[in-house]
Design a protein around this ligand. Sequence first.
Ligand code: PEP
Ligand code: MN
Length: 319
Amino acid sequence: MFKVHLGFPKNRRPDGALRVRESWQEQFAEAPDVLLGARRQRTIVRVRDFAIGSDEFVTMAGPCSVESERQLMNTAYHVRRAGARVLRGGAFKPRSSPYSFQGLGLEGLRLLAAAREETGLAIVTEVMTEHDVPLVAEHADILQIGSRSMENYTLLEAAARSGRPILLKRGMMATIADLLRSAQVILSNGNPNVILCERGIRTFETSMRNTFDAAGIALLKQITHLPVIADPSHAAGHRELVPALARIGIAAGADGLLVEVHPDPDKAWSDGEQSLDFETFAAMMAALAPSIKLRESSLREEKLKDSENAGIRLAGAAA
Ligand code: PEP
Ligand code: MN
């Protein structure tokens, strides 16, 4: 294994975070695009009139599945009022049982597009097969690749080529390196707009649906230039835990949240146990406001540091 040099001037010793980055540079030596390396700035994903991975913390919220016009519109207005910029909702649903609700399909996509028209919220929704990519890309602002599809490289390639930003959810049994390899597939197919999502992984602990890997978020923020979103809903599996995990995600350095919200969670067609009602979501967002403000001020500092580092590297290269 050869050593990758980051090209820092001799008088500037790398700090701890940079040493971590160097070891990842060695691991990904053949395909380092995905890493925060010597020449890369952080990726800023522009969506409609805002950006993910810049200095605004972005909340995405909405139902697990699109069920009806009334359910979706109602949710869209409430999550917008509570501060969300993106409306989530599954039209094509990957379910654990083939007998569960599979999603409204095209009808769901149309409802999502109508909700965007009405509210101005951007839309994120899952695409499950490469055949559906053009249809989903036509209706959504961001394509979600679900946990179960993270290693479906044919799907990743098709989604990448759509040109839409991709929300790549970590596979429930995927390591951080696996997640980055999948992100690399998207980048290699000409799409730089990848947003990573930590949504909990399988461990020996079964008292929650998944184990929320907050350390994974912190690590990703050190080693990759891609924005990272925390999904406390799928990690927890219980709505009571969602606000705590959201707070932890922000503290770990996430660039945004993905939260399941439903007008009547107990009657939801999927993932009701982990969905928040409007009141709880609004209360959570109000309670998180100081943490989000703090996170946004460190995002501004990171941005400044990035441009300073770029300046140092330029000066180092010239010397
Ligand atoms: C979802 O977002 O509703 C979903 C199915 O998520 P995941 O792929 O993380 O299970
Ligand atoms: Mn769900």
